[in-house]
Design a protein around this ligand. Structure first.
Ligand code: SF4
Length: 434
């Protein structure tokens, strides 16, 4: 039986640049076969493994690689390289290590590929075109996708309204067409899409399937272009409630649960709780949030930052900071397109969210990234955003987006629904694009 075809994102580059970030930030779960393979590799103290700790520890009913004291994988050496890779070659590493930053998702009879922007090389578009790595990705897909895979259910359009794959493909094409329209700023493109999705959400069930949908989509798109022909100037700030819910969303994405933190026990959990509370209140100084290791290496140390940082107040981030440059738009446009092409915002790849709720959640990443980029700029006393602020913010937030279980909870879904009903996602996009 032939394997399902693999779709690839058409505009993304990636090669590993050995920052070692992923080996410091992720728990690597391994299968029984991988455990046995690592045991056969006969690692000993002479191999340079730190201390006499076990290499593999139990995690519930599964296994995972152990960590060093600083949270790095037990196999990471002092130069930031993998000892398994160095001694036995890439194929000897666990699948989770070989797969990252690719993410492979079901798409009907096919599977589609996205990339995780928590990897700085993905954010910075460094390396080979992903389309030229087809053979590698197909062989990874052969390991990820069950041998008896035939097809998968399409994501719902909205709660209770199922779709067929041809209709999903139609909608994805319009999402991508809208997001790639470089004649207007990215924020306008997002607001146009959010506006036609809102109309689609309200449309009669019979009109959002098949040929009727094919007729409706161009009409909705054109209506959104007429409603938002050019630059979007925010007429009013987001409501108080919307800002609270938005800061809670950002706090969830900024939360960085690491192995080191887990070892600190109750006091670390309490400080996380306190941090969440301060984000909800939004008063005074913004709590200090740790940069993930990959962001620190790729953006902070390389730019010579990290020493003379000042504490920033929540209200400072409400001032305009010039976020609409073409360079910043390009980074985020690529992010949205990879997420759309890789179906990385709805269905099984995103907590089972419907297509509309999933895109609303994805759109909220725009103000979240711009808010966090402002925080980065303000921390070093800059009054203008730079592209690297946006890149570092995106790499930080995308670590959790689609992966933290909290974002799949009912309370998080309810927050997205409420922000959309209050039409505050568009307001937040406009407000933090200034
Ligand atoms: S096994 Fe190697 S590649 Fe995987 S996390 Fe550990 S050091 Fe990194």
């Amino acid at each position: 039986m032939s394997r399902p075809g693999v779709l690839l994102p058409v505009l993304q580059r990636w090669s590993c640049h050995n920052c070692g970030g992923c080996c410091r930030e992720h728990q690597i779960t391994i299968t029984e076969q991988e455990k046995q393979r690592i045991e056969r590799q006969q690692w000993s103290a002479e191999s340079g493994i730190a201390g006499d700790r076990p290499l593999i520890v139990a995690q519930g009913t599964a296994w995972r690689l152990n960590h060093q004291d600083d949270g790095a994988c037990v196999f990471l050496d002092e130069n930031g390289l993998c000892r398994i890779h160095a001694k036995f070659g890439e194929a000897a590493k666990p699948l989770a290590c070989r797969l990252y930053p690719y993410a492979i998702h079901p798409a009907g009879h096919l599977v589609t590929t996205s990339l995780r922007f928590s990897c700085p090389s993905v954010v910075q578009n460094r390396g080979e075109l992903v389309t030229s790595c087809r053979a590698t990705i197909e062989s990874l897909a052969a390991e990820v996708v069950p041998a008896d895979y035939r097809t998968s259910p399409a994501p719902d359009l909205r709660t209770g309204q199922s779709l067929d794959w041809p209709d999903v493909t139609r909608i994805l094409a319009f999402l991508e067409r809208g997001i790639s329209d470089s004649s207007v700023p990215l924020v306008t493109r997002l607001i146009r899409i959010l506006s036609w999705l809102e109309l689609l959400d309200r449309a009669d069930s019979a009109t959002v399937v098949g040929d009727q949908l094919g007729t409706l989509l161009p009409l909705l798109h054109e209506a959104s272009v007429r409603a938002y022909p050019g630059d979007v100037v925010p007429e009013q700030p987001p409501s108080k409630l919307a800002r609270i819910m938005f800061r809670q969303f950002v706090a969830q994405l900024l939360r960085h649960d690491t192995a080191v933190l887990a070892r600190r026990g109750l006091s670390a959990r309490l400080s996380l709780l306190l941090q969440g509370l301060r984000f909800t209140l939004g008063l005074g100084r913004i709590p200090q949030v740790a940069d993930p290791e990959s962001v620190r290496v790729a953006f902070v140390e390389r730019a010579g930052l990290g020493k003379a940082e000042t504490r920033v107040r929540f209200r400072q981030l409400e001032q305009p900071l010039g976020g609409r440059t073409a360079e910043c738009d390009d980074v985020l446009e690529r992010y949205f397109r990879v997420r759309i092409q890789g179906l990385h915002f709805c269905g099984p790849a995103f907590y089972g969210y419907s297509l509309i709720a999933g895109f609303q959640s994805l759109a909220l990443m725009y103000p979240a990234v711009m808010w966090t980029a402002r925080l980065r700029a303000a921390r070093v006393g800059r009054s203008q955003l730079q592209q690297s602020d946006v890149e570092a913010a995106l790499a930080t937030l995308d670590h959790n987006f689609g992966y933290s279980p909290v974002i799949g909870l009912q309370t998080s879904r309810q927050r997205i629904r409420q922000l959309a009903q209050m039409q505050q996602i568009t307001t937040l996009c406009a407000w933090y694009s200034r």
